[in-house]
Design a protein around this ligand. Structure first.
Ligand SMILES: Cc1cc2nc3c(=O)[nH]c(=O)nc-3n(C[C@H](O)[C@H](O)[C@H](O)COP(=O)(O)O)c2cc1C
Length: 335
């Protein structure tokens, strides 16, 4: 019965936080209203008032619970305070230490804590500080990739690690449809987190040209050429766009700081110059050389053929998973 919900949500489907400023209130509300867990993305700087507005705007669009993702590599203390004050359902954490203090504070506010990890060791630390669920990210994932292991080998190890403890494990990386969902359930996960699939929806803030590329292109690469100065030591998976293929061997001493400005974006309400090799992806406010900007995507991008409403993604994945389990696997087992 793996398509049943987790953490109090109707379904075991999470929309991964998409940074910077790609999973806004419209996407999160659409996912929440369809029974999934939608995650806003906090800014990479302290902006508690802005974040409160984002949360409140989301609440005007849905009466269902949702969460917020915070990247711990950036300033975040006041943002987390605002998230806990607003008592959203879930605080998702990534790229930094999920401490017992954070978990205790969150639980005091009635907020569940769900870190995303990329290794067995990181999962062990998270389980030991009392988190409510763990997202296991495989190297197949789009966007920043914290670990080296493929999901198919890492996930069952983490499932074994938490055996007997009430910590649902959620699979992330290269999952875009019911096949990935059912495969994750077979590996012991109770839910899935999809980033790229929700990036390619009507409601995401990806620039239209980025959405077009998500449909056109089928290949990705694990690289570190984007955003080296702002977020050092943070490899990522991107679409193999013509720009990326021209520059994929960028010398290791180069980074975005000495590069020309190729465009402008408003990110979480702040005007930003976009330099070549910046780590930010184009959103609808972005102007300039859009096709020369970072375009994150996961390894299953070749399976995404159309931009869909986010609610439709959830409907299809849930219905497809039920069908696959009931008709294909149930019959196979009986036969
Ligand atoms: C455009 C984009 C932005 C992302 N931003 C974040 C983020 O801000 N925080 C985070 O925890 N994960 C982020 N991720 C990674 C996701 O949490 C997740 O691990 C990944 O999307 C799963 O792989 P998939 O894209 O193949 O579904 C991002 C992924 C993408 C594609």
């Amino acid at each position: 019965m793996g398509w049943r919900g987790i953490l109090g949500f109707e379904y075991g489907i999470i929309q991964a936080p998409l940074g910077p400023d790609i999973s806004g209130p419209e996407l999160v509300a659409a996912v929440a209203s369809a029974g999934g867990l939608g995650l806003l993305r906090a800014p990479d700087w302290e902006a508690p008032d802005y974040l409160r507005e984002l949360i409140r705007k989301t609440r005007t669009l849905t009466d269902k619970p949702f969460g917020v993702g915070v990247v711990l590599a950036f300033p975040h203390k006041e943002n987390i305070r605002a998230i806990l004050d607003e008592k959203v359902a879930v605080l998702q954490l990534y790229w930094g230490e999920c401490t017992e203090d954070i978990v205790l504070e969150a639980h005091k506010a009635g907020v569940k804590v769900v870190p995303q990890v990329g290794s067995f060791e990181e999962a062990k630390k998270a389980a030991d500080v009392g988190v409510d669920a763990i997202i296991v990210q495989g190297r197949e994932a789009g966007g920043h990739v914290i670990g080296q292991d493929a999901l198919i080998s890492l996930l069952p190890r983490v499932v074994e690690l938490v055996q007997g403890r009430d910590i649902p494990i959620i699979a992330a990386g290269g999952i875009v449809d019911e096949r990935g969902y059912v495969a994750s359930l077979a590996l012991g996960a109770q839910g899935i987190a999809m980033g790229t699939r929700f990036l390619a929806t009507d409601e995401s803030y990806a620039h239209p040209a980025y959405k077009r590329k998500l449909i056109e292109l089928d290949e990705t690469e694990y690289t570190n050429i984007f955003g080296r100065a702002r977020w050092p030591g943070a490899p990522h998976r991107v679409l193999k766009t013509p720009f990326f293929m021209n520059w994929r061997t960028l010398p290791s001493d180069e980074n975005e700081t000495n590069q020309p400005i190729i465009g402008h974006s408003t990110i979480h309400g702040m005007e930003k110059d976009i330099r070549r090799f910046a780590g930010t992806v184009p959103n609808p406010t972005t102007t300039g050389e859009i096709e020369s900007m970072a375009m994150y995507a996961g390894q299953a991008i070749g399976l995404i053929k159309e931009i869909l409403p986010a609610g439709e993604v959830i409907k299809r994945v849930v219905a497809g998973a039920k069908l696959l389990i009931n008709q294909k696997f149930a019959c196979d087992i009986q036969g």
